[in-house]
Design a protein around this ligand. Sequence first.
Ligand code: ASP
Ligand code: MG
Length: 420
Amino acid sequence: MKVYKFGGASVRNADGVRNLANIVAGEDDLFIIVSAMGKTTNALERVFGHMQKGEKEEANNEIKQVQEYHAEIIDELWGEHTDLNEVTLLFGQLRNIVNDIVYRKSDAELWYDTIVAFGELISTTIISKYLNHIGTRNRWLDMRTTLLTNQRHKDANVNIKASTMRLRSALENTGVGVFVGQGFIGGAPDGTTTTLGREGSDYSAAVVAHILNAESMSVWKDVDGVLNADPKIFKDAIKIDALNYLDTIELAYSGAQIIHPKTIKPLQNKNIPLFVRPFGDKTKPGTVISGDAPHVTMPIMIYKRDQVLLIIRSKDFSFVMEEQFAVIFSLLERFRIKTHLINNSAVDLGLCVDASWHIDSLIEALEAEGFEVEKNDNVGLLTIRNYNDDLYDRYVRKQQHIVRQVNPESVRVVLRSAQF
Ligand code: ASP
Ligand code: MG
């Protein structure tokens, strides 16, 4: 069994879906994991945003646009106006949720997950139907009932043990060798929908590969493989041919958009190689991520946007010590805020965290514990691994940074506004 994962950019239009069909043609022992088409997840996040604010009309308008976008792809794939019943039903369910639910702030993550999951439900329904339509027999699986996660919305982890039976039995006695499942989504013990974190489809695919003891996993992307920098930000990005698991985890945690950070562990545990391959040309080698690749030595640049820098001080100017750390980090955990850089001095603690809906609640809670908090919105976190003098000069010395951390292997800076 092989596992192929197709991201949203790869299936953003009818050509992309046809290309997917080309890539999977002839395979008879394959599990395909697909993300939402194009920017659908972002659109559904906006739907949720409107729901949060009670803006039903705007939410419905947004859904309408998402539906038209998919309808166009369907019509183009079938070569004539076509209604897929299952897709219409999914949009109906989505509308019912948005129109009928009494929204409470404490359930933000639950409704976020319930709504954004439709992106993957819709994309996989279209793709599975299309593959059957052109003769690639396959079975659609609902990952909400196949991958069991913990009870943690918006950033769930898959319970591999509990999912093994479910997944394996879903593949039994089906008479087909090709399966299509949603990336990014799962089901919580209480039966509600969970998501695994943005870009989490890679992680879904890795879990499926792990459970099914796949010979390999491939991620089909719109780049030639893993690059040493985001080409949209840094010119001269080049491809890395081979990476080991450890380096990949390091890079992903620093915010490199290679692969979701949670992807590697399930593969590493079973020594399953991961290929990052260009969607446009299946003869190109891409990048291979495996246990025995050498340690990477070329410079790697990672820029993480949408960060907030919090500077936390004790009101009485006492040191920020262990027990205070414990209070601070348990509050971060309670408000589900992810920290990407920690910088402590004698009197304060700097935290670079993801922008989140709960930041202000966190700050209130910290203040109630006797801390003073300074909040810097709209900052970015730049990490350069294996930096050299030239890169240091260009990207660190000449940028206005608020925090700088320098190690022999890497330099990290928090920037107010990056001008690369
Ligand atoms: N569709 C989800 C997202 O855009 C998951 C993924 O693409 O992996 O974040
Ligand atoms: Mg995506």
